[in-house]
Ligand binder design. Structure first.
Ligand code: HEM
Length: 416
């Protein structure tokens, strides 16, 4: 029997979820003084949870499943229909191993080195320009590098449009109306394009290195040992390209952090990988990207005197927990020293999910994200010089995802 947990009055809070965005769960958890409460979203009961203990439960594979967790509109924009994000059990495990095999330490470093090289190549052009919008530039850099790294043949002139489409898929997430549809159109277009490439790889018309993401995704098999339909393979290939390009959001926030907290630059001049890592972890804690995660209760179970009913949608807070005084000393200050004494590889720091990526749904691209961010931050601090003109750095917490308004403008860019 259910012990009472707070539940919000009212028929539906979907609008509030979109309006309050990143703070939807934290606002209510603070108001009800609880880590667990019920609300209604899209006409259905939803349980929201926050805190490391809740996060640990959320990654118990016996208790939660991902099938039916993401609304169809999110699959049609962000993930792709039938992608790894919504799989469970052995089929998920098998697919996940394929992703992880592409993202070992050597591959992380190779990608990061490619990013540094591409930044070097981009500088002469930026030096000529009166003003550079860093988000726009870095998304193109990452898109070009992602395609090279994955072995996907794309012409250089097609990169800006592809990068925009990949970003639109991500930014469709918490939006309704035209911006949501833009993401869906972008997905349809990109899926069609990548599907053709996959078919060409299968027929031998396009060569692919066996260790490349393109090859691995083209020849993915289902549980019965059959090749996936080309469209499904394309969806998983996009699941590699899109998030690499999405790192440009964190990198733009990192540029803002360097500008607004100049003291944090000093340790980054020491060419010490650990200092860079502390800085990028603090960027991933402090700034908003993934707001929360969703999963469905697999079988009834009781936790904290509350019975989770089979099939209930449960949302796990990310952003709110990263800003909770119980787990962080000064949560609303940007301070890389938050990561001084520990890696925080625990359940209170989950920007890319928690638990073991080999077992559950934690992001397989976390190593890539950290290495690419470290390389870019190192470049910004030690390899280039620039002025930062007056501009609007604000970002709105009620848009999911969000970005500093100006996209980070730079002038007088120079290589050093
Ligand atoms: C899953 C965040 C970069 C590929 C996830 C999850 C989050 C996340 C929150 C879900 C965890 C869960 O459901 O338990 C991010 C952020 C990134 C990023 C904030 C920085 C931009 C990457 C990169 C890649 C990647 C660079 C690949 C190159 C994936 C895939 C999944 C995933 C394939 C699904 C894993 C599964 O369902 O088992 N990511 N990610 N992500 N991420 Fe990332």
């Amino acid at each position: 029997y259910n012990e009472e947990i707070p539940h919000e009055e009212g028929m539906d809070h979907s609008i509030a979820l979109l309006q309050e965005g990143y703070l939807f769960i934290k606002n209510r958890a603070d108001q009800f003084k609880t880590d667990l409460f019920e609300t209604r979203v899209l006409g259905k009961k939803v349980v929201c949870m926050t805190g490391p203990e809740a996060a640990k439960i959320f990654y118990d594979l016996d208790r939660f499943q991902r099938k039916w967790a993401a609304p169809y509109r999110i699959q049609q924009s962000l993930f792709g229909v039938g992608a790894i994000q919504g799989m469970d059990g052995q089929a998920h495990h098998q697919r996940k191993q394929q992703f992880l095999s592409l993202m070992d330490k050597r591959n992380q470093e190779r990608l990061a080195e490619m990013v540094t090289n591409e930044l070097k190549h981009s500088i002469p052009q930026w030096e000529k320009e009166e003003q550079v919008r860093f988000f726009k530039e870095i998304k193109n850099v990452l898109c070009w590098v992602a395609c090279q790294w994955a072995g996907v043949p794309v012409k250089e002139e097609d990169i800006p449009d592809l990068a925009d489409d990949l970003i639109s898929m991500v930014y469709a997430f918490g939006r309704v109306g035209p911006e949501h549809w833009k993401g869906r159109t972008a997905r349809n277009r990109t899926e069609g394009w990548m599907e053709n490439i996959i078919e060409d790889v299968r027929s031998g018309n396009i060569p692919a290195d066996e260790s490349s993401a393109l090859y691995v995704m083209a020849f993915l098999k289902d549980e019965k040992g059959q090749h996936l339909p080309a469209k499904k393979a394309a969806i998983e290939l996009i699941n590699v390209l899109r998030p690499i390009v999405a790192i440009s959001t964190y990198i733009t926030f990192a540029a803002v952090a360097l500008h607004e907290h100049p003291k944090t630059k000093e340790p980054l001049k020491e060419h010490n990988s650990r200092n860079l890592e502390m800085f990028v972890n603090e960027v991933r804690r402090f700034y908003p990207f993934g707001p929360f995660l969703g999963a469905r209760v697999k079988e009834d179970f009781t936790w904290n005197n509350y019975t989770f009913k089979r099939g209930t949608l449960v949302l796990l807070d990310i952003y709110g927990m990263h800003h909770d005084e119980r787990f962080w000393e000064t949560p609303n200050q940007f301070d890389p020293n938050n990561f001084k004494n520990q890696d925080r590889n625990d359940y209170s720091f989950i920007p890319q999910g928690g638990s073991d990526p080999g077992k559950g749904h934690r992001c397989p691209g976390e190593g890539i994200t950290v290495e690419v961010m470290k390389a870019t931050v190192d470049f910004l601090v030690n390899k280039m010089d620039y002025d930062v003109p007056a501009q609007d750095f604000n970002y709105s917490l009620d848009e999911m995802p969000t970005l500093p308004k100006s996209g980070f403008l730079m002038t007088n860019v120079k290589r050093i």
